[in-house]
Design a protein around this ligand. Structure first.
Ligand code: AMP
Length: 539
C-alpha cells in the first residue's frame, strides 16, 4: 500500500486525512487500519510514540461508529491529560467531515462538571485517563455497557503510572463481547499479563522490530567524568546551534539545577518537572512547542504526553534507570518519519546501564567524542556566517540609518569590518573555549589525569533538611565562600539536621575558617572535619 487513499475508508475520513497531508500511511497504519476494518478480534500493536498510532486506531474507530445510536461505543484509555487532549483533538480533526460524530475527553486535574455535562449530553466516543474514567463510572455518569471497542493506548505507560487497579475496575464495567486494542511501545511482563487477562487470542502487529527503537534514530554516548557532565552538555548544545530537544534528568532538583545553569549561561532553556503547578507546566510546554524554548530539561514523568514531532535531539543527562525508559525517551525524536539523535552522557560507573540499554534496543549505542573547543567555534562561526548570508534586509526600515553608519565605519577595510562583526557575536565562544580541555574519559586522558590526583576530606556541617538545605543551595554557599577560584566538591549527603560534604583536602584549613565566618542564610554554621575521603582527580 503506497497511498493513504488506497485504504478502504469512508470518503469523509479520506478527505480529512488529505487535509492533514497524510499521503502515505505510516507502517503501523498500513498494517493496523486494513486489519481492523476486516477483523473484530483483539489486537496488540507494538509501536513507539510518534509512529502515527492515533490514526491507526482513530480512523477505524470513527468509520465503525453507528452515528444513529447516541451511546458510548468506543472508549480510549491513555496515561496522561496531555495525551488525552491530543487524541481528542486528533479525533476531531479526523472527523471534521462527519459532524454528527460526538467525542469527548475526560481527565484528572480539571473541573469535573464540564466533563460531566459533556458525557451527559451523549457521546459516541470517550477518551480518558483511567482515574477520571473510573470516577465517572462510580458516579453513574459514564456507562460502558454499550461499548464495542476499547483502546488501551500507551499501555506500558499506564501501568508505569500505577493505573493497574483503575484499568481492572474499568474492564469490569465493559461487556465481555467487545474488541480490545492494546497499543504499547514496549512489552514488559506486566503488559503481557494485562493482555493475557483481558484479551482473547489477540492478533499481534509490530511496526519495526519488537521492543526496539526506531531505525531513523541515531544513538550515541559520551563517557566523561561525573563532574564534567554539565560541560559536556554545553558542548553538545554548542555543536548544534539549531538544536531543539529534551534533556532528561532523573530528579526534580537536578532538572531545575541544569535548567537554571543553562539559562544563566545564555541558553534558551526551561525546566519541566512535578514541582511546577499545572499552569506553569502548560506555559513551559507551550513555550517549548512554539520553539521559543530550544532546550527543555525534564523528568520522565513530567515529559509524558508532551507531544512534539520535530525534536532534533534527546539528551540523557542521566542514564535512565530502566532500559525501557531509554526506549521511551529516545522514541520522542525521529517521529513522523523524521530522523533524530539520541545522546547519553555517562560517567564510568554507568557503563552497565548503557549495556542494558543496548541490549534492549537491539542496537549498538555508538561511542562519540565530546566536541572540542576548536570544532565548536568553527561550527558556531559558520552558523553565524550562514545566518548573515541568509538574513533578509529590510531596506525600508534601515535605509535611512545607513549613510551615517557607512560614514562611521569608513575608516575600516572590508577585512577589518568582517573581523569585528564576527567578533561581536562570537567572542563569547572564543573566550569560553580558549583553554578548553578534552572532556572524554578515555584511557589516555585517565592516565594523564592520574598524575594530578588529590584527596577529598569529609566535612560535617550543622545544616540539614531542617534548614531547607538542598544540594544546589549547599554548592552555592560553598562557592560563595570563595576559598579558591573553583573548589572541588565531591559527594554530598543531607540528613535532617546535618550534612556531610566532600571537599578538596588541600583547602581544609581555609574552609573551616570560612565556614566559621560566613553564615548560611543568616544561620551560623558549625563545621567539623571527618576522615579523609576517597582520592580523586583534578579537573
Ligand atoms: P501519533 O503517533 O499518532 O502521535 O502521530 C505522530 C505524528 O505523525 C502526528 O503529528 C500525526 O499528525 C503525524 N502523522 C500520523 N500519520 C501520518 C501520515 N500518514 N502522514 C503524515 N503524518 C502523519
Amino acid at each position: 500500500m503506497t497511498k493513504f487513499t488506497d485504504i478502504i475508508l469512508p470518503e469523509p475520513l479520506l478527505r480529512a486525512a488529505a487535509d492533514l497531508n497524510y499521503e502515505t500511511p505510516t507502517p503501523i497504519q498500513a498494517q493496523v487500519i486494513p486489519w481492523l476494518l476486516e477483523n473484530d478480534a483483539d489486537l496488540i500493536a507494538l509501536a513507539q510514540t510518534g509512529t502515527g498510532k492515533t490514526a491507526a486506531f482513530g480512523f477505524p474507530v470513527l468509520s465503525q461508529t453507528d452515528i444513529e445510536k447516541l451511546v458510548v461505543q468506543a472508549i480510549i484509555l491513555c496515561p496522561t491529560r496531555e495525551l488525552c487532549l491530543q487524541i481528542g483533538h486528533d479525533l476531531q480533526s479526523f472527523s471534521k467531515y462527519m459532524p454528527r460524530i460526538r467525542s469527548t475527553v475526560v481527565y484528572g486535574g480539571a473541573p469535573i462538571y464540564k466533563q460531566k455535562e459533556a458525557l451527559q449530553s451523549g457521546v459516541h466516543i470517550v477518551v480518558g485517563t483511567p482515574g477520571r474514567v473510573n470516577d465517572f463510572i462510580r458516579q453513574g455518569v459514564l456507562k460502558l455497557d454499550t461499548v464495542n471497542r476499547l483502546v488501551l493506548d500507551e499501555a506500558d505507560e499506564m501501568l508505569n503510572m500505577g493505573f493497574k487497579e483503575d484499568l481492572f475496575e474499568i474492564m469490569k464495567h465493559t461487556p465481555a463481547q467487545k474488541q480490545t486494542l492494546l497499543f504499547s511501545a514496549t512489552m514488559p511482563k506486566e503488559v503481557a499479563k494485562l493482555a493475557q487477562t483481558f484479551m482473547t487470542d489477540p492478533h499481534q502487529i509490530t511496526a519495526g522490530n519488537q521492543n526496539q527503537g526506531a531505525d531513523n534514530i541515531q544513538h550515541y554516548y559520551y563517557k566523561v567524568h561525573a563532574r564534567d557532565k554539565y560541560k559536556a552538555l554545553k558542548r553538545i548544545a554548542d555543536m548544534s546551534p539549531k538544536i531543539y530537544g529534551i534533556i532528561f534528568c532523573r530528579t526534580r532538583n537536578e532538572t531545575q539545577e541544569i535548567a537554571d545553569k543553562l539559562q544563566h549561561d545564555g541558553y534558551n532553556a526551561d525546566a519541566l518537572h512535578g514541582d511546577l503547578s499545572q499552569g506553569q507546566r502548560e506555559l513551559v510546554m507551550s513555550r517549548f512547542r512554539s520553539k521559543y524554548v530550544q532546550l527543555l530539561v525534564a523528568t520522565d514523568v513530567a515529559a509524558r504526553g508532551l507531544d512534539v514531532d520535530d525534536l532534533t535531539h534527546i539528551i540523557n543527562y542521566s542514564a535512565p534507570t530502566e532500559p525501557d525508559i531509554y526506549i521511551h525517551r529516545s522514541g520522542r525524536t525521529g517521529r513522523a518519519g523524521k530522523s533524530g539523535i539520541s545522546l547519553t552522557i555517562i560517567h564510568s560507573k554507568e557503563i552497565a546501564a548503557l549495556k542494558a540499554m543496548e541490549k534492549r534496543l537491539g542496537r549498538e549505542i555508538i561511542p562519540a567524542k565530546v566536541p572540542g573547543g576548536r570544532e565548536i567555534c568553527e561550527k558556531q562561526l559558520f552558523h553565524f556566517i550562514d545566518t548573515v548570508e541568509r538574513i533578509e534586509v529590510d531596506n525600508a526600515q534601515i535605509d535611512s540609518f545607513l549613510p551615517n553608519v557607512y560614514k562611521k565605519l569608513s575608516w575600516l577595510s572590508r577585512e577589518e569590518l568582517i573581523q569585528r562583526f564576527v567578533s561581536v557575536e562570537f567572542n563569547r565562544f572564543l573566550n569560553y573555549y580558549k583553554d578548553a580541555s578534552d572532556l572524554d574519559f578515555g584511557p589516555e586522558q585517565a592516565s594523564r589525569e592520574e598524575k594530578k590526583s588529590f584527596a577529598f576530606k569529609t566535612f560535617k556541617l550543622s545544616l540539614g533538611y531542617a534548614q531547607n538545605l538542598t544540594k544546589r543551595e549547599l554548592m552555592r554557599y560553598i562557592n560563595q565562600l570563595k576559598v579558591t577560584r573553583s573548589i572541588e566538591i565531591g559527594q554530598i549527603d543531607i540528613f535532617p539536621d546535618f550534612c556531610l560534604v566532600e571537599l578538596d583536602a588541600e583547602y581544609a584549613e581555609q574552609l573551616l575558617k570560612a565556614f566559621a565566618r560566613h553564615k548560611y542564610k543568616g544561620i551560623p554554621v558549625n563545621a567539623a572535619l571527618g576522615e579523609p575521603a576517597r582520592r580523586n582527580k583534578r579537573r
